[in-house]
Design a binder for this molecule. Structure first.
Ligand code: NAD
Length: 440
């Protein structure tokens, strides 16, 4: 079967590669000429574990090709996935202009029956809107079906998530389209992946409700962490004790600087907007958003207090991407905190394994460093914001002798306070009592 994927970002490229691995012939289309030129050479323009190998395999096997020409992407494909961005507009609503542009392109170049499946995260009602746009721009009256097939992959483990998802959601009105979609995902059927087959509106809503719920879990545990600090409890133990309850679950109960990335903040904002339009106030989504904004400020205050003011100080920063294993800086709490420190007159020595070049382009004046030890060199504190694996086993003797002052601020609770104190660090973390260095 021939399919195409429009948009070759984190979602589109992973989708294209994984379907090619399922044995389908996939055309990936993007309007970004440079991106497509690089991809044609097997040069992957984003950092995602396993993706370079997957693109190379697809190209080698002749199952994956790239184009900037929408006509080529539409012509032979039975299923066309829309995976373009849906960023926030200034009022928080999802900007659907890219999706609509694609819908117009598909309409113009249709040559027969097509299934048009939306992978982009789009508000309820978008499926209907795409249907209207296509009808209005068709040059000939070819049949088509609209499917909502939201994507749940996580950057940093996107290929693994795509190939072993918790569930596949397919929203459609047409039995023919559902059968075609099931056929596409047959390899996942064989490994007993649950399928949720529903209407388009419910499928669209599942995605927003899932992301808002996960974001709420993060904001909730952060709020509990802040309270733990005031009353002398330890959030790590509290979260463990909560997470062992199967009704709660241990995931997304890690206290820290709050969520970021290209999805949670924008999807929360869009859900709040959808609620407003529908006359249904989304109070929990709003509170989640507000608590998340506040959490970043609380982290900066924590840094100020630990350093006794940040003006004129130097801080080594570990991690800039919004989470480990990605180069994505969109809405990164690390970037926000670093920008705030710079604004307040703090000098920064920064290191990130994948987002250093782009990160230091944004953080004007920050010094890019070769590794964690270089970042610590001559600094008044080492600040761990994004918990890349390589920061989980630092050589503390080296860090301590590189720092001007043995202050370790760990916004991801990667280390045990006693251990750091035993190494002679003043250790500050989230939702746990601060530790002073052990003497002697
Ligand atoms: P992205 O910004 O990485 O990629 C979007 C791509 O679409 C870009 O390469 C852009 O050039 C291309 N594009 C824009 N307009 C186009 C057009 N008219 N024709 C062809 N290509 C066009 O975005 P992403 O992170 O892959 O996200 C895409 C969608 O998937 C969003 O709606 C997002 O909310 C959703 N989503 C993202 C993730 C994630 O972890 N990134 C997970 C699940 C769902």
């Amino acid at each position: 079967m021939h399919i195409s994927v429009i948009g070759t970002g984190y979602v589109g490229l992973v989708t294209g590669c994984c379907f090619a691995e399922f044995g389908l012939t996939v055309v990936c289309m993007d309007t970004d000429v440079r991106r497509i030129a690089r991809l044609e050479k097997g040069d992957v323009p984003l950092y995602e574990p396993g993706l370079t190998e997957s693109v190379a395999k697809g190209l080698r096997d002749g199952r994956l090709s790239f184009t900037t020409d929408i006509a080529k992407a539409v012509d032979q494909a039975l299923v066309i996935f829309i995976a373009v961005g849906t960023p926030s507009r200034s009022d928080g609503a999802a900007d659907l202009s890219y999706v609509e542009e694609v819908a117009k392109g598909i309409a113009r170049y249709m040559t027969g029956y097509k299934v048009i499946a939306t992978k982009s995260t789009v508000p309820v009602g978008t499926g209907e809107r795409i249907r209207d746009v296509i009808r209005a721009h068709q040059t000939e009256r070819y049949r088509f079906d609209i499917v909502s097939n939201p994507e749940f992959l996580r950057e940093g483990s996107a290929i693994e998530d795509f190939l072993r998802p918790n569930r596949i959601v397919i929203g459609a009105e047409s039995a023919e389209a559902i059968a075609i979609m099931k056929d596409l995902y047959r390899p996942l059927y064989l490994i007993e992946t649950p399928f949720v087959i529903t209407d388009v509106a419910s499928a669209e809503m599942i995605k927003y409700a899932s992301n808002a719920f996960l974001a709420a879990k993060v904001s909730f545990i952060n709020e509990i962490a802040n309270l733990c600090e005031r009353v002398g409890a330890d959030i790590q133990v509290v979260a463990k004790g909560m997470g062992l309850d199967h009704r709660i679950g241990a995931k997304f109960l890690h206290a820290g600087p709050g969520f970021g990335g290209s999805c949670f903040p924008k999807d929360l904002a869009a859900l709040i907007q959808t609620g407003e339009q529908a006359g249904c106030e989304m109070r929990i989504a709003r509170a989640t958003w507000k608590a998340n904004e506040e959490q970043r400020r609380i982290m900066v205050e924590k840094i100020r207090t630990a350093l006794g003011g940040v003006k004129g100080k130097t801080v080594g920063v570990l991690g800039l991407s919004f989470k480990p294993n990605t180069d994505d800086l969109r809405e990164s709490p690390a970037l926000w905190i670093a920008e705030q420190l710079l604004t307040e007159g703090c000098a920064l020595r920064v290191y990130d394994p994948a987002a250093l070049e782009e990160g230091t382009r944004v953080l004007q004046g920050a010094v890019p460093c070769a590794d964690a030890y270089d970042a610590a060199q001559g600094a008044d504190a080492l600040l761990l914001i994004t918990e890349w694996n390589q920061f989980r086993n630092l050589d503390f003797d080296r860090i301590k002798s590189a720092l001007r002052r043995p202050l370790f601020i760990d916004l991801r609770n990667v280390y045990e306070p006693e251990r750091l104190a035993a190494f002679g660090f003043q250790y500050v973390s989230v939702g746990r009592p601060d530790r002073l260095p052990k003497q002697g």
